[in-house]
Design a binder for this molecule. Structure first.
Ligand code: TRP
Length: 358
């Protein structure tokens, strides 16, 4: 019997204002994986309409995320890059998963509670069902590995729950049709043949979590009212330097040990950003800058950030000047993605018992 092919899938929403947190927590981590196994990186435009959106802005943001993928070093000759809405299988599988997932499971999702806020009656049904579409994104390719930030952990657990319920509910049917894959981790609760893999999350630890430059206890976010709170991937070198200069800190010099920063979230965040951008550990950064005041550390960090990000910004701007090229990459990626997802959905339709008049 066949085995699940290792495959990476991940996605970024085209909701604008890509920032350093998106880059360090997600996009930069996608790059090395393309040399290790088949990888699929999606611009999840169907997810972007779960809240009110402007169509022209969605189009522009879809190109912007694509440009960020490319500028970060994702190579369309290796990875598949495409936007979700061009591959119909995502929406189709999401509907089927809406009928597998339980109301109770989705009601527990913290991202829904946060995004819906107090006025839950007025949230779109799509916002509630967001995680079933995410499960469909992953499972339409039977992806085995999903790199994401730690805020997506709950959604990945839900993806496993959906896969598991599908595998259980239709175990006999899957076997009968000969569509099963040997369960790589046999257990009493699971059938010995599976249709969907139980996807492994590859969660970036809290160590790579980038916080707001204005408040070290809040995540860096595109929705923060203050633009000074984040470094956007399309900020100019001057803007980057200014935001780091103005970043909130305390009056103490940096400590030489990491323990010394445990009560200093802003200092810890800047050291974390330095570490992530230079590919070093926070300890290594502190062994160099421990004892130094921020008047020394901040300019060093600003230089490093500009060095690392300016070439990427330039490349994004260069790519965005040629829409035909970007759109062509997405179209070609969508074609390759469909070739993988279409046969999976053909099998799913047979498993479900849908009649096809052919
Ligand atoms: N929900 C993810 C986020 O907000 C984006 C996403 C959609 C995704 N579908 C996915 C991530 C599938 C990984 C795999 O970051």
């Amino acid at each position: 019997m066949s085995q699940f092919q290792p495959r990476v899938f991940s996605g970024v929403q085209p909701t604008g204002n890509l920032h350093l947190g998106n880059y360090l927590g997600a996009i930069s981590r996608f790059v090395p994986l393309q040399d290790e196994m088949p990888t699929i990186y999606c611009v999840v435009d169907l997810h972007a309409i779960t809240v009110k959106h402007d169509p022209a802005v969605l189009t522009a943001n879809t190109r912007e995320v694509t440009a960020a993928y490319l500028a970060a070093g994702i190579d369309p000759g290796k990875a598949i890059i495409f936007n979700q809405s061009q591959v119909r299988e995502h929406a189709e599988l999401a509907w089927i998963f809406n009928c597998i997932a339980r109301m109770g499971w989705l009601s527990r999702m913290t991202q829904f509670k946060e995004k819906a806020g107090k006025n839950r009656e007025n949230a779109s049904v799509g916002l509630f069902a967001y995680p079933t579409l995410m499960a469909a994104d992953i499972l339409a390719y039977r992806a085995t590995h999903v790199p994401v930030g730690d805020d997506q952990k709950q959604h990945l657990e839900l993806t496993r729950d959906i896969a598991q319920k599908f595998n259980n509910d239709f175990a006999d049917r899957v076997k009968e049709l000969g569509l099963g894959v040997a369960n790589p981790a046999p257990s009493p609760e699971l059938p010995d043949e599976l249709f969907f893999p139980l996807t492994e999350p590859m969660i970036a630890g809290p160590a790579t979590r980038i916080m707001s430059l204005r408040d070290g206890t809040k995540k860096m976010s595109k929705s923060d009212a203050s633009d000074l709170s984040r470094i956007n991937l399309r900020d100019s070198a001057d803007e980057i330097a200014k935001k780091i200069r103005k970043a909130k800190t305390d009056p103490e010099p940096l400590s030489s040990e990491l323990d010394g920063l445990s009560e200093r979230p802003e200092a810890l965040n800047l050291v974390g950003i330095y570490a992530a951008l230079s590919g070093r550990t926070k300890e290594e950064v502190l062994s160099e800058y421990g004892g130094q005041p921020f008047s020394v550390f901040k300019p060093a960090l600003a230089d490093l950030a500009v060095d690392k990000l300016a070439p990427m910004t330039d490349e994004m701007n260069r790519l965005l000047a040629d829409e035909t090229h970007i759109d062509g990459i997405l179209r070609e990626g969508a074609g390759r993605a469909s070739e993988i997802a279409a046969p999976v959905l053909r099998d799913v339709r047979r498993i479900m018992g849908f009649l096809e008049g052919r």
